[in-house]
Design a protein around this ligand. Sequence first.
Ligand code: ZN
Length: 200
Amino acid sequence: MSTYTESVEKLIGKLTRLPGIGRRSAERIVGYLLNNASLDEVKSLSEAITKTKENVRFCRICNNLSEADMCRVCRDMRRDKSVVCVVENPSDVTAIEKSGNFSGVYHVLMGSIAPLEGRGPGDLKIDGLLARVKQNNIKEVIIATDADTEGETTAIYLMKLIKPLGVKLTRIGVGLPLGSNLEYADAGTLSKALEARREI
Ligand code: ZN
């Protein structure tokens, strides 16, 4: 039987539904909010969460996070629209942008193929990517999914679909530690991995 109050228990319950937050972490967060944060800080936190949810949507072209119809990268006239870098999540776009070595555009799949977690190709934004490759003047598609099993599975799946469309298809990975998540790689490593991409 929990000795927490009803409100505390309810908040812990809601927090543990978030990715990466177990009960222990949820208890620590609630403890922090009650003991260390002012009411103003708590209010501005909950307002920031609500505002983000209300204002942020996904780019019509590439699914990257945006507060307009198209994201900043897709709107940028200086970006090379003929090179598309395919990544799993919006956080990967941020990581590659930080590397400063990519001037093309992106396509965010919104995940990876992970049969063990019940995620198949149908759960990913693949149709939009194929439509882009077929309709636009795309010269190269760089597959920059993670260097883990799910990322590799996704890369192979995409390769089979995209290869017949006749565009240059490359895969980054050289220099990326096996099993690693793109978003955690440092800017230098990512920059090198992009440069050393190989045709598949
Ligand atoms: Zn976009």
